[in-house]
Write a protein that binds this ligand. Structure first.
Ligand code: B12
Length: 211
């Protein structure tokens, strides 16, 4: 597979090439590992976009287009991610935290978690701590996943965990955080149980919690 080419084409925002590659890829009936590798390559392409934006070579319009292209790409992969659907293994609430509008990574994680059998309640983007609290109280999930790619998302994640503690909802819950800025230190500061910048790893961790 020409994964470096795919990363570069995404970074360059070459929609036609990216779409053509992914359509061919889906037809090949790829394995789970191959799908993971392609998602990783796309994520790296988005990192190129982010770097160029930071340097001033790309503008907000390019970020928006990159977001649309990444969503379109993940939609193409959806049928092959979904195919491994099994019986229900647990309940999960996910959402992007307050102040953050990015949801592509969250949506990838949701798709993968559903594919291994989680019943996922996705509360959307820019969600206040109270919204997470409400949903957790309503559906009593086994796992809570919080997503955020802005640096400021880390503070919002901490506020969300604090709100859950205050409401006495933290103890029966495993919390995983994901997105570009999450680190081990951030995970400890926030009070989450696990962190990852890779959806596949995040699904593996959540599956292990269900054993
Ligand atoms: C596309 C994009 C946008 C799109 C988003 C569209 C959408 N529907 O999401 C739009 C145009 C809306 C946007 C807006 C902005 N953006 Co923007 N954006 C990006 C970009 C290029 C890609 C993000 C992305 O989709 N990555 C690909 C996904 C697949 O990766 P991911 O999110 O990390 O997800 C993976 C894992 O982390 C994990 N994961 C994610 N969530 C979760 C959750 C759980 C529970 C688990 C287990 C795992 C998991 O799974 C995924 C797959 O492996 C990034 C650059 C970058 N390097 O990421 C900048 C970036 C995030 N944006 C940035 C900025 C500055 C902005 C704006 C402020 C720009 C502006 N001036 O308006 C606004 C902010 C809006 C807001 N309040 O949120 C900065 C953030 C800087 C910072 N440190 O805070 C970045 C890093 C670019 C940069 N280098 O400057 N953006």
């Amino acid at each position: 597979m020409e994964l470096k080419r795919l990363t570069q084409d995404l970074g360059d925002l070459h929609e036609d090439q990216v779409v053509a590659f992914l359509k061919e890829f889906v037809k090949m009936d790829p394995t789970g590992d191959e799908v993971d590798a392609v998602i990783q390559a796309c994520q790296e392409g988005m990192a190129i976009v982010g770097d160029r934006f930071e340097r001033g070579d790309y503008f907000v319009g390019d970020l928006i287009f990159a977001g649309e292209l990444m969503t379109e790409s993940m939609d193409l992969l959806k049928p092959i991610i979904k195919k491994s659907k099994r019986e229900k293994i647990g309940v999960m609430v996910i959402g992007t935290v307050q102040g953050d509008l990015h949801d592509i990574g969250k949506n990838i994680y949701r798709g993968m978690a559903e594919a291994v059998g989680f019943e996922v309640h996705d509360i959307g983007i820019d969600q206040r701590p109270e919204a997470f609290v409400e949903k957790v109280r309503e559906v009593r999930p086994d796992v809570l996943g919080m997503s955020g790619v802005l640096t400021l998302a880390l503070e919002a994640m901490k506020q969300t965990v604090d709100a859950l503690i205050e409401e006495g909802l933290r103890d029966d819950l495993k919390i995983i955080i994901g997105g570009n800025p999450v680190t081990k230190d951030a995970c400890e500061y926030i009070g989450a149980d696990a962190f990852t910048t890779n959806a596949t790893e995040g699904v593996r961790i959540a599956e292990e919690w269900m054993h």
